[in-house]
Design a protein. Structure first.
Length: 186
């Protein structure tokens, strides 16, 4: 019963949004915030960034995104600070629902704790390529402002240095993020 009510409310809400506001091709830019968690990172962390979204047709879009995130591994033995730049192809099966696939360049600084720095393991910066999948909801607040929320899963395999005592033995760096943002029409 609750399922039928939920589906009815969702379909009913689709009728409330004017078609011209929800499917307009155009360029949009704005900030986003999120929370992300790698499989083997200690805690979930915040991420911030900016998004440029081009809606080429009512069903096709492309998005460019730049952000900042950091996470800790191995009880603080390593802090990974990343500045990802991603590009995503978007498909809108419904005017407010989208999915996509993309790739990204992750410029990452591996900041090892002082204990490991003193043992001769230096901090380093690397660039890695990763793939991601995304699914989200984009709601028009007005014809010139959209609000969106999405979830992304990123396939990213960092190559950690071998630390003594296998602190990071087998650590996985793939992660998911849940994001919200505001887009302003250019």
């Amino acid at each position: 019963m609750f399922r039928k009510i939920g589906i009815g409310l969702l379909l009913g809400s689709l009728l409330l949004f004017p078609p011209t506001a929800k499917s307009q091709p155009g360029a949009y830019i704005g900030p986003h915030l999120g929370i992300q968690k790698s499989h083997d990172a200690e805690d979930a962390n915040y991420l911030v960034g900016a998004t440029l979204r081009l809606k080429l047709m009512p069903v096709i879009g492309i998005e460019g995104d730049i952000g900042y995130r950091q996470e800790k591994y191995g009880s603080g033995a390593l802090t990974a600070k990343s500045w990802p730049f991603t590009v995503t192809g978007l498909l809108y099966p419904l005017p407010i629902i989208y999915g996509g696939i993309g790739g990204g360049w992750y410029n990452t600084t591996f900041d090892y704790s002082d204990i490991y720095n003193d043992a001769g393991i230096d901090d380093e910066t690397k660039s890695e390529f990763g793939w991601h999948l995304v699914a989200g909801l984009e709601l028009p607040a007005s014809p010139n402002v959209h609000v969106y929320g999405d979830i992304r899963y990123v396939f990213l395999e960092y190559k950690f240095k071998e630390l003594p005592d296998a602190v990071l033995d087998g650590a996985k760096s793939d992660f998911y993020s849940i994001n919200i943002g505001v887009l302003f029409r250019l």
